[in-house]
Design a protein around this ligand. Structure first.
Ligand code: ATP
Length: 309
């Protein structure tokens, strides 16, 4: 293989929030079919790769102690998958700078996998098509394809089958973070437990949410935020209900648990309201950290190279 780059290559990748997450019945293989609307927001991780004598991954930044540095690291898995596809024995050192909360329901690990695919693809100038990268992404995890795409997209299957969703304008968000993580499998199990024997319909998107996004109607979007995992996450961590109540009483138009939690996302009328809410939530001590962000934004991309997207 011809190595076309020796300088490190860095890719940047956004976090996601699910504007809608509808969870179907538990299937025989232990998974659930989903209908979900992903939305990428401008909280970014960065993944850099450079040539090395052996494979390694190191992480610095938010939650660095919680991120594995062995073969279970999703950025490393992505890079090695790409190396296998290229057919090279060359190794890479991977550095991750984390700003996306770990185990926060914002798909940080999947994001790092997507960024690693983009960075390694550029580093080795593989020439893989976007479709081939998407197929590799889907093999790595059901949230990885969206992290490559970004924007706002409807996901079905396990979330890996994506269709872009038309949106107008920018939405302003405040995220209330809780350092105590929530395990995604535990939240799904709690959702199943709460449902008991109740019949669960096949998940389908809500037309009113799509219309709100198309129109850029922030009030209608706030009214249609929906997450089937929210009750389960709040049962496992009752503090989340209190966080949502406080944010809604302090000017947020809408509130939703992000993915399987424990991050709570608040939708605000504009940037000024978002900053006001950030100050109020920070002073309330109801959560461990508060960050503001806006979306939609581009998916994984090389630093200084948004023209390719
Ligand atoms: P999910 O996609 O299940 O919603 P999440 O957003 O809640 O995930 P992640 O930040 O993706 O949470 O982390 C989930 C777990 O994945 C972590 O506890 C961590 O052990 C593992 N993990 C593996 N690789 C990474 C990575 N590069 N960054 C963060 N976590 C990773």
């Amino acid at each position: 293989m011809e190595v076309t780059s020796t300088a490190p290559v860095t890719a940047r990748v956004p976090a996601k929030v699910n504007l809608e997450l509808r969870v179907g019945p538990l299937e025989d293989d232990g998974f659930h079919s989903l209908s979900t609307v992903f939305h990428a927001v401008d909280i970014h991780d960065e993944v850099s790769v450079r040539a090395a004598d052996q494979w390694s991954v190191t992480t610095t930044g938010v939650g660095e102690d919680l991120v594995p540095d062995d073969d279970t690291n999703l950025a490393l898995r992505a890079a090695r998958l790409l190396a296998t596809r290229v057919g090279t024995d060359d190794c890479l050192a991977i550095e991750v700078v984390k700003r996306i909360p770990v185990a926060g329901g914002m798909a940080g690990g999947s994001a790092d996998a997507a960024a690693a695919l983009v960075a390694v693809d550029a580093f080795w100038a593989t020439g893989f098509s976007p479709r081939e990268l998407q197929d590799m992404a889907a093999r790595l995890g059901s949230d990885v394809p969206f992290a490559l795409e970004g924007g706002t997209a409807l996901g079905s299957g396990r979330g890996e089958h994506l269709v872009p969703v038309l949106t107008r304008g920018t939405f302003n968000w405040v995220f209330a973070l809780h350092h105590e993580g929530l395990s995604t499998p535990a939240v799904y199990a709690e959702c199943d437990r709460l449902r008991g024997n109740r019949a669960v319909p096949e998940p389908a998107p809500n037309a009113a949410l799509m219309a709100a996004l198309r129109a850029g109607d922030v009030d209608a979007l706030a009214a249609n935020l929906y997450n089937d995992l929210q009750d389960a996450a709040c049962t496992l961590m009752p503090r989340l209900t209190e966080t949502m109540t406080t944010g809604l009483a302090s000017g947020a138009l809408g509130a939703i648990v992000s993915g399987s939690g424990p991050t709570v996302a608040f939708l605000c009328a504009d940037r000024t309201s978002a900053l006001d809410l950030m100050v109020t939530l920070s002073a309330s001590n109801i959560c461990d950290e508060v960050v503001s962000a806006s979306g939609p934004v581009h998916g994984a991309h090389l630093m200084h190279d948004l023209r390719r997207r």
